[in-house]
Write a protein that binds this ligand. Sequence first.
Ligand code: AMP
Length: 597
Amino acid sequence: MTNFEEMGFTPGILKAIQELGFENPMPVQEKVIPLMLGGEADIIALAQTGTGKTAAFGLPLVQATDTEINNTQALILCPTRELCMQITGDLTDYARFTGKLKILAIYGGASIDNQMRGLKKGVHIIVATPGRLIDLIGRRAANLSSVTTVILDEADEMLNMGFLDSINEILEEVPDGRRTLLFSATMSKEITSIARKYMDNPVEITIGTKNSSADNVSHAYYLIHAKDKYKVLKRIADFEPDIYGIVFCRTRKETQEVASKLIDDGYNADALHGDLSQMQRDAVMQKFRVKNLQLLVATDVAARGLDVDDLTHIINYSLPDDTEVYTHRSGRTGRAGKTGISISLVHLRERHNLQQIERMVKKPFKAIPIPTGTEICGKQLFHWLKKLENVSTDHQEIEKFLPEIKEKLAGLDREELLKRVVSLQFDRFLDDYRNGEDIIDTVSDRENSFERSGRRGKREEYPGNYTRLFINLGKSDGFYPEQLIELVNTNTKGKKVPIGKIDLLKTFSFFEVESSYADDLIGALSNATFMDRRVAVEIAQEKTDKPRTGEYSGKRPAKWSDRRPEKRSQGRSENKSRNYKRDSRFGKKDKKKNYNH
Ligand code: AMP
């Protein structure tokens, strides 16, 4: 490993590095700095935020800037106002002991007049968001004709935000022969096309794996019912007393709702979304940065500018539609050498999205069990005991009250006293989890095999056999996986019945159940109703004349007959030519046999 001293930095820059406390270059710095200091090559660096990329381009850029010349020599484009301010702040730190470097941040939502005045005085480096810079170029306030270095930071984010045209327009203003550096967390067709158009034989550097999340981020998920999402979120927070994380939601409304509920329930949380004013957003971000908040509930757009290094958790309360957004979310943890976890709350209908994300991230996603009430209470208790052990009792103010305290508590022996103190402290948890009611996660053994195989479809690896059942309810009845699970749970009194694949059709459906539960479940559902309709369940048949067991025993049968009995209750139309066959087991039970006649 090279150290900063060997890289060719001037004493002023080395002093700044030392002041910042950087001991050794981070991997992206080891690769980018020598290229920047030692040649003219264009560079594409695939690196996440948090890998040290600002210093990778910033330190050599500051060193290379001639402060004796009063014109703009470098342009840094980045997606958000917050990143813009952060880069400007970092560059100012790097330049602390070198000449009078003038750096100007240009971004929307702030006074354009001030920025115009700043530009008029002359600046060496402009750090800008594309929209506002276009505006200033249009007003002839920004002059890019002497720019020799262009840096596109978080290029993929800029493209996601629709800045492609602006970037093209800006790059047309910068003279040919400049050096261009492009930093991006992911590589896409659009990035490649920008590179092709504006870069000259770029050297490509990858930190970590292309298009994959940072190495020290692990990925986990809870497969749950949609209605349990909030409860599960609370459990995560309760189980991790030192949590410091972002909870990502899909919409502003959802963000506000989740944050308000958390606040009402006594959590140290707040919301960050686009319905807040810039001032409110700045205040929330600042509270979060200084760790006055443990949980920030945010939309992807609002959280873009936030740069915090030591997040312990990313919680995907809602999965993003765009798989790349997941990479950005999860890349916010596991930074600067620390480890982190990205947890997704996934309901049954979203499993497909999760698989897509897993494929892109190229890392296994672990199905994890929801912490039980007992586990949470235990964890909280030990966390509190640790704090109790370490608490400083060196307060003279307390001494004054000790005799009175002793007198008041004289009637309580040590055990009783301990019990009372703990009860006081744990009221909320004990109340919440008193009844030992645990959320039924739908992660059965079968779901865990998703984790092992890394993808669905490898059915052979599922433990146990599954039996495919027919049920006389379908999507047109408002019957979806959630309703099926609810129906099963209600009629099996919360017994964890491992449910497998669910195939919903319009007026009827099929689902798999672990074979040892099949008979009991058919029995349990025989008297059940759904929306005032009598439920009918029976073992589905293979469309084959071979003798059948109805069991799914490792290999998927050639084709399941997705058919329904000849007659349906409630007089719906039937296709009588369908040769639905009943299983003999089912036929034995008269009550069930006649359900639909
Ligand atoms: P960035 O990816 O530029 O946002 O940097 C992530 C964090 O790493 C920032 O807080 C930097 O201050 C910090 N950092 C950058 N380079 C180093 C280094 N060589 N050693 C330690 N920390 C660093």
